[in-house]
Design a protein around this ligand. Structure first.
Ligand code: ZN
Ligand code: ZN
Length: 282
């Protein structure tokens, strides 16, 4: 494996700045260096827009929106310092991962102008302001609120379309995350009414020259394939859309995990492995 090619442009969540992650950010960066990465994107979750969107683990700790905004300031300060500290060993791209709840467009734009990240990862974790990927229970709640799996998938891809248009994220995060707790996702993603929305979103991604996250978190959980699934990956290849691995790491042991496997899958599928450098496009 040519270590110059090892890359992740989505991940580096750390226990320092995220309650569902572990370890210190600096230890995670040192792990990437140890593994031979020469470029890495660090993309912590943004703080919530209001207390309504605190994650259950944050609520349990009685954290407030104000606390998390302060913590996010510390994150960028530390990340920019680490970028300088390790400059001779690794190029660190500073980033953040977005949300799509009510009020997100102004919220994210404010964060971008305040912290000036190198780029952002555009992700959808909420439908109708409920987070669907936090647990199976929450996912099922969103399914019943939407009326069916199909209706939920359609809502997800509509929200994603609006987000991509509004934020133009350099990396489109885990494009088919909506499948997370659905055993029948392969069939479902091919249904005409859902597939048509996927095609629409990919056409937008292509027209804005954005990059798809080849997200390895499912492999870390023991699942068979990354986000995006094989059928969408094929379409993405046909459309000439770029794809870059993202380990979506939430601790030292996950840093760089399965990136070699991802590169092999992408190579076999005929993708370019000269990775593009992130840019802020908003
Ligand atoms: Zn996370
Ligand atoms: Zn995410």
């Amino acid at each position: 494996m040519d270590t110059n090619k090892l890359i992740s442009l989505h991940g580096g969540h750390s226990g320092q700045y995220c309650n569902h992650a572990r370890d210190l950010l600096e230890d995670i960066i040192q792990k990437y260096i140890e593994l031979g990465f020469t470029k890495i994107g660090i993309t912590e979750h943004v703080p919530p827009v209001s207390d309504q969107f605190l994650y259950p683990d944050e609520k349990k700790l009685n954290l407030t929106t104000a606390d998390l905004h302060k913590r996010f300031e510390d994150y960028f300060k530390n990340l920019k310092n680490l970028k300088k500290k390790y400059i001779s060993k690794i190029i660190i791209f500073t980033g953040m991962e977005t949300e799509t709840y009510t009020g997100y467009v102004d919220h994210i734009k404010k964060l971008i102008s305040k912290f000036k990240p190198n780029y952002i990862v555009g992700s959808v974790h909420h439908i109708d302001d409920i987070c669907f990927d936090y647990s199976k229970e929450e996912y099922d709640r969103v399914v019943s609120m939407c009326g069916s799996y199909e209706a939920m998938y359609e809502k997800y891809f509509d929200l994603q379309y609006d987000m991509i248009k509004a934020l133009k994220p350099f990396i489109v995060g885990h494009f088919d995350l909506i499948r997370i707790y659905d055993k029948d996702y392969k069939k479902r993603l091919l249904l005409p009414q859902i597939n048509q929305k996927i095609q629409r979103n990919l056409t937008l991604v292509k027209s804005l020259n954005l990059v798809m996250d080849f997200n390895l978190r499912p492999l870390a959980r023991g699942e068979k394939e990354p986000y995006i699934t094989g059928s969408i990956l094929k379409t993405v290849k046909k459309m000439g859309i770029r794809v870059v691995p993202g380990d979506d790491s939430h601790g030292v042991t996950e840093a760089g995990l399965h990136v070699d496997k991802a590169i092999e899958i992408l190579k076999t599928a005929g993708f370019e492995t000269q990775w593009p450098d992130p840019m802020l496009l908003t």
